[in-house]
Structures are given as C-alpha cells and as structure tokens.
Design a protein around this ligand. Structure first.
Ligand code: ADP
Ligand code: MG
Length: 653
C-alpha cells in the first residue's frame, strides 16, 4: 500500500494526480493519512445561531435575481413536526437538484420570528460530523471519491505504525480505526480518541528522530581534542574580568565534550550580553592548543566582522581570518589556500564557510552564532570530507524549556543564567506615537552627556501597502533635530557602506544611528544608552528583547522606548509585558503563551515540525512522555517489538 500510485483510484487520472501532488499527496498512503484539520458538528436542532435540520422539500424552489450577480432562492421544508421557510443565496445552480419530496439537510441561521432558516449549506446526505480538509486546487468531491476507493481497496493491507505494546500501554486506537475515524467519524468521543493517538504518534516520532540523531552523533567517532588546560587557564586569568559561575559551568561542559570520543552537539543559550562569545573564544583557543582549526559562523556579514574584531583582540597571536563577500578575489584565494594548508587557526564568516570550494586542513570545532543551525546535512558534508568537528550553537533567544526540548532535542544544552556583575539597568518604556518629540528631547540630553542612541524602524523606505514609519524618512527628520550627527543603516546598503556607518557609530563620529533590524543581533557599542523602537507592535517580543540588548552594555544606565500607535488590546498587552519583564527567559515563556508556538519563531525558519494535531504547548504532557519513550526506544531499537519504529527511522532519516 505504501507507494501505490493514485491513478489506480476512482476518478484519478494523470491530471488529477498533479492536483494531489500540489497538496503533497504522492501516493495512497499519503492520501489516507491526509487528515482533516477540523470537524464540523451538524447536530440536528433549531437553535438560532447554529441550526441544522433534516426535512423533505415541500414546495418547488422559487429563485429571484436581486442584483447582477446575486440571486436568492426560497422553498418550504417539511420537518418532523413543522414546516419552515428556507432562504439561500447564490445557489441557483443546484435548483434542479431540489425537487419536491427529496430529503435534505440544511444548516444555517434560524429566525423564529419569521420561521425562516437562512441556509449556509445544503447537504444531500446527512453526516453528523463533517471533516474539513485544507485542499489546494482540488475539489472536496474528487478528494473524497479517491479517498473512499483507497480505503476500500487497501483496507486489508493497512499496517499498524506503532508497536503493539505502546497501543496497549496508553490505550490508543489502532491505525485502521485512526484512518476510519479521521475521515468518517461517528461521534465526538471517537474524534477525541483519534486525536489522542495522532498526537502521541506525531510527538513520539518527532522525538525519535531527534533522539536517534543525538544517539548516532555520540556514536560517530572523532579524534579527541587534547587541549592544554594550563594554557587555557592562563588565558582565562589574563581576561580583564572574572568569568561568571554560569560561564565556567558552560565552559566545563564544552571542554568535556571536546575531549571525548563522541562529537559534540551542544546548544549554548544565554540572554543577550550574558557573555556567550567569550566562552566561544575560549573554546577556540582550546582547539588551537590541541592543534585544530576552528570555524566561527555568523548569520550576517556585519556580525561576522564584529566577531572577527573581538576575536583578534583577545587572541592576537593566532592566525585569524575573515571570509566574507566583501573581501577581494586575491585575498580570498589566499585565505582559501592558507585554510587548506592549515596556516589559518580560526576562520570567521557566514554560511559561506561551508561552501564546496572551502577546504580545511584539520577542522576540529565549529561554532555558530544565533539561531543559525548548522544542520545534519552540513555535518554530513563535512564528514564526507573527513571531518567530524565538534559543534556548538549559540543562541541569544532564550528558549523556554518546552521549545528547547522540541526543537533541540538532538543537542545537549548549556545555559548561562546570570549576567556579568555590574551590568547597568535598562529601563523600558512603552510610549504612544504622539510623544516621539519628547523621546527625541531625551536623546538630546543623553547625547549631551556623551552617550549615543539607536532608532529602529520596521521599514527601510516608504511603503504603499502599510502605513509605518521608515528608516529613510526618520533619518531625515532626526538629522535636522540632532545637528546632522546621525547615520543611516539598512539591509539594502552595500556591505562596505554598512561597515563605514557602523565604524562611525563605534568611533562616535555620529551620535545617533537610524536603522532597520540589521542591528538586531550582536552589535556591541557600550557607549550607546538609548534604544528607540518605532512601530514596536510590529516586532515579536523576542526581537524587541534582542534590540533592547544593544544597550546597557557599558557602564551607563540605559533606556529603551517602545513607540506604537496600535491601540488594540493585544498589542498593548504585549508591549506592557516587555516593559515589565527584563529577563529573557521569563519573557520568552510569556511570549510563547501570548502567541502560541507556531508564531513564536516563524514556523518555516526554525524547522518547527508541522504536526497534524499535536501542539507542543497544549500537549506538553504528551510531549514529555513521548520524549522519555523515544529515549528508551532508541536504546532498544533492534528489539523485535520496536520493528515498525526502526523501519520508520530507516525511511525518514
Ligand atoms: P553575548 O555574546 O552573550 O551577547 P558577549 O560575550 O558579547 O555576550 O558579552 C557582552 C559583553 O560583556 C562583552 O563586552 C564582554 O567582554 C563582557 N563580558 C563577558 N563576560 C563577562 C564577565 N564574566 N564579566 C564582565 N564582563 C563580561
Ligand atoms: Mg553575542
């Protein structure tokens, strides 16, 4: 049944098959597992808002054109105990089917005053519970016809996809029942059982993949990185500050992984400014003392450059090179050749660090910055080239435990909980858009004290579609008010120009930087004490938190202004939340609750799994059980009882 072609089914020719493909339905298995996203309950009753009646057509429908493209049709319907009037709009085309004496189901809104039911739907066959599918360019009748014949032809071949012992343990319905109920449910209770099974299976299989990948990572052997602990300690002692306890703990976990037989796959998470980068730099140094090359991958070129300057400052004796698109061809070739020869100790850049043309001599450690995952594929590519480097991902978007387990279940997690001592307070204020002038006055005062300010907008230039402030306009306005010492930075500028503006800001040639969210991550100017975010309601909470993290990095009290003209309850609530909460972890928990997981990161970019029914927040308890089961199963994957799951991994990994 697995891969049977759809063309064997009723009503499916080559052209219809294409339409099924549009919905990612390739074969019979995909089809019968294409579940409705919801069910409508056509419970019979004459309630006003939601009426459903079964009756016999008593009079011939009369239709009437109201306007050019609008018509209405009326007829009487005989119910068991009374007759009612039916009114339906724009359904002229079914008039011929509405013959006197025919039994039909009508649902819609009933008005008892004139005994009239305004029909939303007329069904010729009563179904109490109607599955609602999301289908692109495919009619429901075509879909259901194919589905019906698929279930008829293949029902005897349907195989259970969960082990028997798990079905028993959790009293789950069988695969066959699951398919039947999903498409032809008989009761609300059945749908409950359906969802329970589907949710468990989805979460179990998802966790299974993560745990299996974690497990095989640990098995894939690599060379130990025998770093020189004395040299590392000397380096740490030479830093101008003492590491926080959290930093020390994280470092210890990382070093232990590096000096072990299995490859590291670890997430280092900590709030903005908690000092992750210095931990990364120490890890680079450790790899260097063992004679290995390292790569540092940042999400943007601006960040890569910043990291580069930070790293060369702290490790001046190492050979560290930057590989970005702004480097000229000659230098680039030199870097590539030196990298291959092993002359370069640390290479810093964007994802271009792992293009095919880039060859390493003895790559031992890869560190990636911000939610920029160095995925399974990239690892495999490197493995083919003979490297199995340790990988550390750094994330400044603190992730609630729930999400961490779901998204990063294949990694170990280190968390930096505390901020370095002596951090200055950031005061956050939600301000109505009318008060922008007051905020600008405040910026002027801070500039007089020697500080600098950021102003962030949602757009680069004016947009016809949305009425929001844009960077170019704000730049012009602010430039006037601040005597010209203002810079403009956005994603459409050339890297060399961007770099120049950033340097101007860093060197205090300008007092105020008007920018889009290009400065969201990592930009480090300790003298900046004001962050103004215009149209703040357009940004996610974690994004606002990231932006806020650009200030309060030096010895000065700092101020973040969230400006918004949006007065909706939802927007105000969110902005008040970030006004109150300064801790990133606490904030992301709140964000998750306010928005739900789908929205939390932006589904696509994060690789957040696309479940039929499971929801990692609502179904947290099932998730935790599934995770424990998955761990156990991975260790016993060759057990006869786990055969179907082993097969699943084989086909989906
Ligand atoms: P993150 O990468 O987590 O956002 P950084 O590593 O960039 O944070 O650190 C932010 C700032 O704090 C840097 O200027 C860094 O030198 C400094 N810093 C890091 N660790 C400490 C510490 N333990 N004590 C004092 N300052 C620190
Ligand atoms: Mg950072």
């Amino acid at each position: 049944m697995q891969n049977e072609s759809l063309t064997k089914l009723d009503g499916v020719g080559l052209r219809t098959q294409e339409k099924f493909l549009l919905n990612s339905i390739k074969d019979v298995k995909d089809l019968i597992e294409y579940f409705p996203y919801n069910f409508v309950d056509y419970k019979v009753g004459l309630n006003q808002d939601k009426a459903t009646v079964i009756g016999v057509i008593a009079t011939m429908p009369v239709s009437l054109f109201i306007k050019k493209k609008m018509n209405k049709m009326t007829f009487k319907l005989q119910l068991e105990d009374r007759i009612i009037d039916i009114l339906i709009f724009n359904r002229q085309f079914i008039k011929n089917l509405l013959t006197v004496g025919k039994k039909i189901t009508v649902s819609g809104k009933y008005n008892p005053n004139n005994n009239q039911l305004v029909a939303a739907e007329i069904l010729f066959k009563y179904e109490r519970l109607k599955p609602i599918y999301s289908l692109k360019e495919l009619s429901l009748s075509t879909f259901r016809k194919a589905l019906k014949s698929a279930i008829k032809i293949y029902s005897s071949e349907m195989k259970e996809t969960l082990p028997e012992y798990l079905l028993k343990k959790y009293k789950l319905i069988s695969y066959k029942d699951m398919i039947r109920i999903a498409h032809y449910p008989n009761s609300i209770d059945e749908i409950k059982h359906l969802k329970r099974r589907v949710k468990y299976e989805e979460l179990l299989k998802y966790q299974l993949k993560l745990q299996y990948s974690h497990f095989t990572n640990k098995l894939s052997s690599k060379i130990n990185i025998h770093y020189d602990i004395d040299a590392i300690n000397t380096f740490i002692d030479s830093l101008p500050f003492e590491l926080t306890t959290s930093q020390k703990d994280a470092l210890e976990e990382i070093l232990e992984n590096m000096n072990s037989d299995y490859t590291m796959s670890r997430l280092l998470q900590g709030d903005v400014g908690s000092g992750k980068t210095i931990v990364a730099i120490i890890a680079f140094y450790a790899a260097y003392t063992a004679g290995y090359q390292s790569a540092f991958m940042a999400p943007t070129e601006i960040l890569a450059e910043q990291h580069y300057h930070k790293v060369i400052k702290l490790l001046p004796t190492l050979n560290i090179k930057l590989l970005t698109s702004s480097i000229n061809k000659k230098d680039r070739l030199q870097v590539l050749s030196d990298l291959k020869k092993g002359v370069i100790d640390i290479i810093i850049g964007t994802h271009s660090l792992f293009q095919d043309v880039v060859e390493y001599n003895n790559l031992g450690l890869v560190i990636t910055d911000e939610q920029h995952r160095f995925g399974v594929e990239q690892r495999q590519k490197l493995r083919k080239k003979g490297f199995s480097p340790d990988v550390l991902h750094m994330s400044a978007t603190p992730i609630p435990r729930t999400l961490a387990i779901t998204l990063f279940g294949d990694m170990d997690i280190s968390t930096i909980k505390e901020l370095p001592k002596g951090r200055k307070k950031i005061t956050t204020k939600y301000v109505k858009d009318k008060e922008l002038d007051k905020v600008i006055d405040f910026i002027k005062q801070e500039i007089k004290l020697g500080r600098q300010a950021y102003i962030v907008t949602a757009l680069i230039t004016e947009s016809e579609k949305i009425d929001l402030q844009n960077a170019v306009d704000i730049y012009e306005i602010i430039k006037d008010k601040l005597d010209g010492r203002v810079g403009l930075l956005h994603g459409k500028m050339k890297s060399s120009v961007k770099e120049e503006v950033m340097n101007d800001f860093k060197n205090r040639n300008i007092d105020c930087l008007v920018s889009t969210t290009v400065i969201e991550v990592g930009v480090d100017v300790p003298n900046a004490s004001v962050m103004v975010i215009i149209d703040a309601d357009r940004f996610g909470l974690s994004q606002l938190h990231q932006l806020r993290g650009r200030i309060g990095r030096g010895e000065y009290n700092s101020y973040c202004f969230l400006i918004s003209s949006n007065k909706s309850d939802k927007a105000v609530k969110r902005l008040k939340t970030i006004e109150k909460i300064s801790d990133g972890f606490e904030l992301s928990e709140a964000d998750l609750k306010l928005r739900g997981p789908g929205d939390f990161f932006g589904v696509r970019q994060s690789g957040y799994p696309n479940f039929k029914y499971a929801d990692i927040v609502e179904d947290m308890s099932i998730l935790l059980i599934a995770r424990e089961d998955a761990k156990e199963i991975v260790y016993n994957i060759n057990d006869e009882n786990n055969k179907v799951l082993k097969e699943y991994l084989k086909n989906n990994f």
